[in-house]
Every structure is written in structure tokens, then in C-alpha cells.
Design a binder for this molecule. Structure first.
Ligand SMILES: Cc1cc2nc3c(=O)[nH]c(=O)nc-3n(C[C@H](O)[C@H](O)[C@H](O)COP(=O)(O)OP(=O)(O)OC[C@H]3O[C@@H](n4cnc5c(N)ncnc54)[C@H](O)[C@@H]3O)c2cc1C
Length: 402
């Protein structure tokens, strides 16, 4: 009998893990609360590390056909002071970021998991679980239960199921969030770089080319990101209004005006809230947390979906050496394998985010003075781009081997 694994959440982490486990011959049940998952969401930058995972799943070519290669990240202030200028090619000749619409990525993952026979149970929220020496019992909303050999929690930063793990953990909702959307790229709009404009840390606009939503859709999109404190995010459409919000954006970065012609309804903007999630370890017996549920962080480093893909890949690598029979041992090895990488990115995200999203004065002042200058030093540039590319496992040395 194949081992039976339940996964909660069909986001990037859950879908990728379902694919990797099904490829290893596991019987996978993927529980998703949303009755009819649709390819919604804005754009993601997938790093070379995440791209390697997509390649291992045989999905990179299709992802490249839908998305767009991003060669450079450039951010500056309204006064024209360069704050960030990072080029993937200076890190590695053939490296690039992959800008892709979240819906396009999810479409690829969802189609693959259906071909692998994953039982995709949409509209089935998992309310709780209990485990014993022989397996895990999952409690479904509505009262039904299901029995599995192992359970993977991939239900995002705000998971309540995570509290059922006997693991010290902390969840700190971040005081800033964002509105974001994908808009059709006007003719001639730059499509090769991620462009950011900052005013201190209280205003930030990000533009990123993300390619097409599907093979049938010829329109190429630009992801627009506008940072807002959570207090302003709640009810922003009535409290701020779309027209004043667009004015704030064009005041900060006038070049965005042609793109904003495509933003006509507040409902086009999706609200994003995030949380820093810390767990002492990611497993408890036969239950494992992955993705944002295990290590949610702010999106400033552009790593969340990337990490979710790596989690799935690394879990599958651990299974390979144990045929999946001793789940507590497999999950404990997974925790050891992921520790250095996840700890580094958790710390880097906590340290960097206030420089980009906060009411702080000194931190962004230092950022504006020293980031651009430091980035011109080859060593600092190399370290910064290795961080962005998702390779680092420590502040001074250590590189993720996938
Ligand atoms: C503004 C913004 C920009 C970002 N930019 C980038 C980027 O450029 N690059 C990058 O790599 N990452 C980026 N990220 C992060 C990335 O989007 C997330 O890290 C990633 O999507 C997390 O995936 P996940 O599968 O762990 O969780 P989620 O996507 O949150 O999926 C969780 C799933 O679980 C389901 N669920 C929840 N509770 C239950 C339950 N009880 N039972 C069943 N199902 C349940 C939900 O419906 C959902 O489908 C960004 C995030 C934001 C907000």
C-alpha cells in the first residue's frame, strides 16, 4: 500500500509538495478550503533557486513561456539617488529572476498535480488533527474525519492548525501591508527590470514585468505594488479612494502614469497582509509545516513562493532516502536540512523590512546613503544578489545546494 499523506492548502507550498510526493508514489490528499480555486493573485518574482525546483518538476519551460525574465532590480528616491542596483548577470552569467503571474504559476502546478492522481479536495477546510503512533486523524469542517500516515500543513501564515503542533512558535502580524495588482503593459513600457521608487520607508512603489496570465492571453502584465500601513489598508477604498491613491503613486514616480490608465476600479487592487512566523522546528511527530505556515515573512526579499518550492523539493529529497516509512524521522531530517537556509532568510527579512516599510527615519536615511554605494563594491553586490537569488544559508558563508 502506498503511504497516505494529507496536505492542507493548495497554494504554492501545498501544490508543489503534492506534486513531489505523488511523484514518489505516495497517495496524496490535498485539502483546500476554497470551493473553486481560481488563478487569482498578482505577480511573483521566482529566483534561480525556485526555478531549479520548477525545472526538476519539468515545469520551467512552460513557466518561462508564460513569465518574463527579469535581469535587474533598480530602486531609487525621488531625488534620483540609486538605492538598489542589482544585476543577476553580475552574479552568474545565465542567472535571472522569473517574473510570473501567481495565477499562471498556480495553473501549471494544479494541472501537474491532476496528472499525477493527487486527490484534490476543494471546499474541504481542515479544522484540526490528532496524531498517535500509527497515523494522523484529520478533522474536516462539517465533522467528517480522515486517517493518513502523515500530515503536511501548508495553509499560509495565518494558519490556526499550526497551534496544534507541540512546537514553540511566534506569529507577529506585520504592521505594514500592500495593495497590488497586475495591469496590462502599455506599449514601450520597460519589461526587463524590477523597478522600485522609495520615499523614506513610508512610501514604496514597485513595478515588475510578469508576462501573460495564460497561453491564450497575449497581454503581458506589469505587477504594481504599493506599500500601505495596515491601519490605512483597512477600508482604503473609502478612506483614501482610488483617485487620490493613484495621485500619490504618480507624485512619487511620474513614469507610472501610463500604466495607471488601466487601473479604474478599486476592486482591481488586492490587499496583502503578512506576518513573520517563527517556529523552533517545523515538525512534530507525523506532522510538518511548510511554506508561509512554517516561515511566513514580509515580501521585501521576494522569497516566499521561492521558499515554498524549495521546501517541497527538499522534503522529497529526504523521502528518497527513507522510502517514506518512518515519518517522524523523515520530518526531523527535513527540519535539520532546512534550518540554516530558513533561519538566514527569516533574519534577513526581519532586518531589512523596516528599511522599506515603516515610519522609521534613520534606517531609510542610512539605506539611501549606503546601499547604493555599498552595492558598487563587488563583494557586497555578490552577497546581495546571492541573498536575492535564494542561495544563502549564513551571513558569512554557506550556499544552498539543490
Ligand atoms: C505583496 C506580496 C508580494 C510577494 N512577492 C513575492 C515574490 O516576488 N516572490 C516570492 O517568491 N514570493 C512572494 N510573495 C510571497 C508568496 O506569495 C507567498 O510566500 C506564497 O504564496 C506562500 O504560499 P503558501 O502555499 O505557503 O501559502 P498560501 O498561498 O497562503 O496558501 C495557503 C492555502 O491554504 C488554504 N487554506 C487555509 N486554511 C485552510 C484550511 N484550514 N483548510 C484547507 N485549506 C486552507 C488557503 O485557501 C490557501 O489556498 C509575495 C507575497 C505578497 C503578499
Amino acid at each position: 500500500m502506498p503511504e497516505s499523506v494529507a496536505i492542507v492548502g493548495a497554494g504554492v507550498a501545498g501544490a508543489a509538495a503534492a506534486i513531489r510526493l505523488a511523484e514518489r508514489g505516495m497517495a496524496v490528499d490535498l485539502y483546500e478550503a476554497v470551493p473553486q480555486p481560481r488563478p487569482i493573485g498578482a505577480g511573483l518574482l521566482l529566483q534561480p533557486t525556485g526555478q531549479r525546483v520548477l525545472a526538476a518538476m519539468g515545469l520551467l519551460d512552460e513557466a518561462l513561456a508564460l513569465g518574463t525574465r527579469v535581469d535587474r532590480l533598480f530602486g531609487d528616491t525621488p531625488a534620483g539617488r540609486a538605492v538598489l542596483d542589482m544585476s543577476y548577470r553580475r552574479f552568474q552569467a545565465d542567472a535571472y529572476g522569473l517574473g510570473i503571474q501567481r495565477g499562471a504559476l498556480m495553473g501549471l502546478l494544479w494541472s501537474r498535480l491532476q496528472t499525477l492522481g493527487v486527490r484534490w479536495r476543494c471546499g474541504m477546510a481542515v479544522d484540526g488533527f490528532t496524531q498517535d503512533a500509527g497515523g494522523v486523524t484529520v478533522q474536516l469542517a462539517g465533522g467528517a474525519t480522515a486517517r493518513h500516515d502523515a500530515l503536511i500543513l501548508a495553509n499560509g501564515s495565518f494558519s490556526r492548525l499550526r497551534e496544534g503542533l507541540r512546537v514553540p512558535q511566534q506569529v507577529r502580524p506585520f504592521p505594514w501591508g500592500a495593495v497590488w495588482t497586475v495591469l496590462p503593459a502599455p506599449d514601450g513600457f520597460p519589461q526587463i527590470e524590477l523597478r522600485q521608487r522609495f520615499r523614506a520607508a513610508s512610501q514604496m512603489l514597485g513595478l515588475m514585468p510578469v508576462g501573460r496570465a495564460s497561453h491564450d492571453d497575449p497581454a503581458r502584465g506589469i505587477n504594481l505594488f504599493w506599500s500601505l500601513p495596515v491601519a490605512a489598508l483597512d477600508g482604503w477604498a473609502t478612506r483614501i479612494g482610488l483617485a487620490p491613491l493613484k495621485r500619490q503613486m504618480t507624485d512619487l514616480f511620474p513614469d507610472v502614469a501610463p500604466l495607471l490608465a488601466g487601473l479604474t476600479e478599486p476592486s482591481q487592487l488586492r490587499e496583502a497582509r503578512y506576518a513573520d512566523v517563527w517556529m523552533q522546528r517545523w515538525h512534530d511527530g507525523r506532522v510538518l509545516a511548510i511554506g508561509d505556515c512554517a516561515h511566513g515573512m514580509s515580501p521585501q526579499l521576494g522569497q516566499g513562493a521561492n521558499m515554498a518550492l524549495i521546501d517541497a523539493h527538499e522534503l522529497s529529497a529526504e523521502l528518497g532516502s527513507d522510502a517514506g516509512r518512518d515519518w517522524p524521522a523523515v520530518f526531523a531530517r527535513y527540519t535539520r536540512r532546512r534550518r540554516a537556509h530558513l533561519r538566514f532568510y527569516g533574519q534577513a527579512s526581519k532586518g531589512l523590512t523596516p528599511m522599506f516599510q515603516s515610519h522609521a527615519v534613520v534606517a531609510p536615511w542610512l539605506r539611501d546613503r549606503f546601499f547604493g554605494w555599498g552595492g558598487r563594491l563587488p563583494y557586497i553586490h555578490q552577497q546581495s544578489i546571492a541573498t536575492l537569488a535564494g542561495y544563502k544559508t549564513g551571513w558569512l558563508w554557506g550556499r544552498l545546494k539543490l
